[in-house]
Design a protein around this ligand. Sequence first.
Ligand SMILES: [Zn+2]
Length: 254
Amino acid sequence: MSLLDVTGVVLNRRDVREDSRLYTIFTHERGKLEVFGRGIRKGKAKLGGHLEPGATVRVTLAQGKTGETITAVERDHYPVATMASLAHLASLGFTLSLVDAITKPEAPDPPLASFLQEAIGTLEHLDGEPDDHSRFRMWVAWHVLDRSGHSPELERCVHCRNPLEIEGVRFSALLGGFLGPECITADAAAQEVSAAVRNSIRQFVRSAWPELPAFPPERDVERTVADLTRLAMDHVLERRLPAERFVQFARTLS
Ligand SMILES: [Zn+2]
């Protein structure tokens, strides 16, 4: 039996069998892991209390025949204020689900692990205004898409790779990127986006939360950015079969 310590954020947990749980943890050392907490809903209840989604934990794992099992937990950080607010919980859920959906198991990505902790820390100090949460989610979405290599390129045409001009640029959900005026025939459904919209997305991708402009862009710009955020996420996420991961769990359980 080999032991291993890892540190990361709990993304998800599911009850399995009568008394156990399967935890998804995004770790600095090994990326996303799925590990068992055996007997965690009964005797080791104290162990399970530390492993709530959103908590940053240090866990010790033991390799068994059917997967890795948690043998010890230390909690590094717990977002107390977030847990007390439904709006914050929804933003936390969005963040954890996105990282879970966009990453593959056992693919280390320390910058993404650090960003996840940064995002949870940011959320913990966020005001409760709906607009703040909407901006927070967009900031998270563009960072996660970008850091996981799924962000549409902002400076080049997705079709011909030419640098994008300021005017006449469209966003193609189909191609997952921006089209210059020379390539609009590549996707007739692509929608035109203003320079202000692309600039706002660029800010979301490149800025830490405190660096974002204090005054958000105009309403219609922000609404278009929200639409494009959804389209970009759909483009990435729909290519993943939801069933695929479930089959993997099922295999580790047998
Ligand atoms: Zn082009």
